[in-house]
Ligand binder design. Structure first.
Ligand SMILES: N[C@@H]1[C@@H](O)[C@H](O)[C@@H](COP(=O)(O)O)O[C@@H]1O
Length: 241
């Protein structure tokens, strides 16, 4: 795993956006795997700025998002559909029909998982996958114990994940109990992965990740088996290593 230590969150966002921008320029038809959470927000801001300054063109880019809550309408303010529009898609010239996010309201959720995995095969897999990391090592919404060979599936969210994400909702109770997520096997199909981690809250997870021991109880540890992963981490998240 390559490791880039950024001075702070701003630096981490600038470095990540620069890498993505270079890839988009090199391959205008690139397939990006995108993540939600607070960590990629700065990166998305930088990409929007580059687009506004006419330094980037997303017209032929496709995107595949990692996950979506089950039971939230795509128009719900905390749905990942709204998140992506609000923070990226509405501000760049990506074609909406080339953006894919699991449907958490599908009548048949198992069928939706199969459909999404098929989309990943047809459109992707991503040339470049952006990932955050949960404090318990989750990637996407793959909680500890998820088999490393899993494909898109339904997950029961860990209480700790719901607690961590409750800050975006009015209350803990409002945080959905379940989500659809690309599996760990789906994520590993990407040609290249950028894993972002910022802040003291993530320091213990990064320390464990860098030990390099693979363990299904710590989903991110599987990344040491992928040939092209770059961890971009700020000093706060790197401190305990
Ligand atoms: N499903 C998302 C993950 O994709 C994300 O990596 C994680 C960390 O979020 P944050 O970046 O806000 O710490 O949160 C959510 O659970």
């Amino acid at each position: 795993m390559n490791v880039i230590v950024a001075a702070d969150y701003e630096d981490l966002s600038a470095i990540t956006a620069k890498i993505i921008a270079e890839k988009v320029r090199k391959n205008p038809r690139i397939v990006l795997g995108l993540a939600t959470g607070s960590t990629p927000l700065g990166t998305y801001n930088e990409l929007v700025e580059a687009y506004q300054q006419k330094q980037l063109d997303f017209s032929q880019v496709s995107s595949l998002n990692l996950d979506e809550y089950i039971g939230l309408d795509p128009d719900h303010p905390q749905s990942y559909h709204v998140f992506m529009k609000k923070h990226l898609f509405n501000h760049i010239n990506i074609d909406e029909k080339n953006t894919f996010i699991p449907d958490g309201l599908a009548a048949n959720l198992h069928e939706e998982c199969r459909r999404y995995e098929e989309i990943i095969s047809q459109i992707g897999p991503p040339d470049l996958q952006l990932l955050g990391i949960g404090e318990n090592g989750h990637i996407g919404f793959n909680e500890p114990g998820t088999p490393f060979n899993s494909f898109t599936h339904i997950v029961d969210l860990a209480a700790s994940t719901r607690e961590a994400n409750a800050r975006f909702f009015h209350s803990f109770e409002e945080v959905p109990n379940q989500a659809i997520t690309m599996g760990i096997g789906s994520i590993l199909r990407s040609s290249e992965i950028l894993l972002l981690a910022s802040g003291k809250r993530k320091a213990a997870a990064i320390k464990r990740l860098l030990k390099g021991e693979t363990d299904e109880q710590f989903p991110a540890s599987v990344l040491s088996e992928h040939p092209n992963v770059t961890l971009i981490v700020d000093e706060d998240a790197y401190q305990e290593t």
